[in-house]
Design a protein around this ligand. Structure first.
Ligand code: ZN
Length: 298
């Protein structure tokens, strides 16, 4: 999935000798210290953002490397829409319990770029938006692939706000200066381009959230019913002393389709009935009640 986040740039000035070396490793023509202006950009961090997403701190190192050599462009609102800056160095910084990627970028001095440099110095071009592609997002509550478990980011479960943890960096794209802070919201673009879209994203885009939620609830109910069936089959298998261990029974039950499990459960119940009449009447009743409660009795 493609991710775009807000970031911040801070002015710096002339490059150090080491920085100049790194810049020249990327530049087409050799540059001297007077020809470039250096500034830093705070890219992604591991804190939950307003989209209830955060980068996995373990992913930041690889992502930081992917940003080296990437260019900075101006927002379309600005007249010169060409590439103006380039990242030549990145590092993962840990500060007050927060990990973030700090990038160093340079701009060639002269011409229209002087105006941009002046804006960075004045703190006007502080807002930056960065893009990258991440391979996975995981639910912070249960660790499942986000979108497969029923937890919704931004909602609270047992006092914990659910968020999507972004993992497995695939690529880093250019960063762009955002003209006005109000653009921040607009700069947060997701799911564009080659990234795979989730059903949830599509539902959001086409205003079908209510239907999506309803389906999700039903699916959750279905999973619960399946789990109950599994438990019943395992319990019955053990009661009948089939000579198969619990893990084996559980494994088989997990892989079986709901109809097959239901048939097996009924057959095992009938068998238990023959052997232990008192016990099973109870078992049978509980079973039916389970089905009624789950709403899946067709
Ligand atoms: Zn979850």
């Amino acid at each position: 999935m493609e991710i775009r986040k807000a970031a911040e740039a801070a002015g710096s000035g002339a490059p150090t000798a080491v920085q100049l070396e790194a810049i020249n490793a990327l530049a087409k023509a050799r540059l001297n210290g007077e020809q470039v202006y250096v500034f830093s950009v705070r890219l992604c961090d591991d804190q939950m953002d307003r989209d209830h997403e955060r980068f996995d701190p373990r992913a930041l190192g690889k992502l930081a490397k992917l940003f080296i050599g990437k260019t900075g462009i101006l927002d379309h609102k600005w007249s010169a829409g060409n590439q103006v800056a380039r990242i030549f160095e990145t590092q993962v910084v840990q500060e007050e319990g927060i990990s973030y990627i700090k990038a160093w970028a340079y701009i060639r001095r002269g011409g229209a770029n002087e105006e941009i440099i002046a804006d960075i110095e004045a703190g006007i071009k502080k807002e930056v938006s960065v893009g990258c592609a991440m391979g996975r997002s995981v639910c912070s509550v249960c660790g499942s692939e986000y979108g497969t478990c029923g937890h919704v980011k931004g909602e609270v479960y047992d006092g914990q706000v659910c968020c999507a943890i972004l993992q497995e960096p695939v690529d880093a794209y250019e960063f762009s200066f955002v003209a006005v802070p109000a653009q921040r919201e607009a700069g947060v673009l997701k799911g564009l381009g080659s990234g795979q879209r989730t059903l949830k994203e599509l539902a959001e885009e086409f205003g079908a959230q209510a239907e999506y939620r309803a389906l999700f609830k039903e699916a959750e109910l279905g999973r619960r019913y399946q789990k109950e069936l599994e438990d019943s089959v395992v319990r019955l298998g053990l009661t009948l002393e089939l000579g198969v261990t619990e893990p084996v029974l559980r494994n088989l039950a997990k892989r079986a389709a709901a109809e097959d499990l239901l048939a097996l459960k009924e057959a095992l119940e009938a068998r238990v009935n023959e052997m232990l009449p008192v016990c099973t009447q109870l078992g049978g009743r509980v079973g039916k009640q389970e089905m009624l409660e789950s709403g899946f009795l067709v």
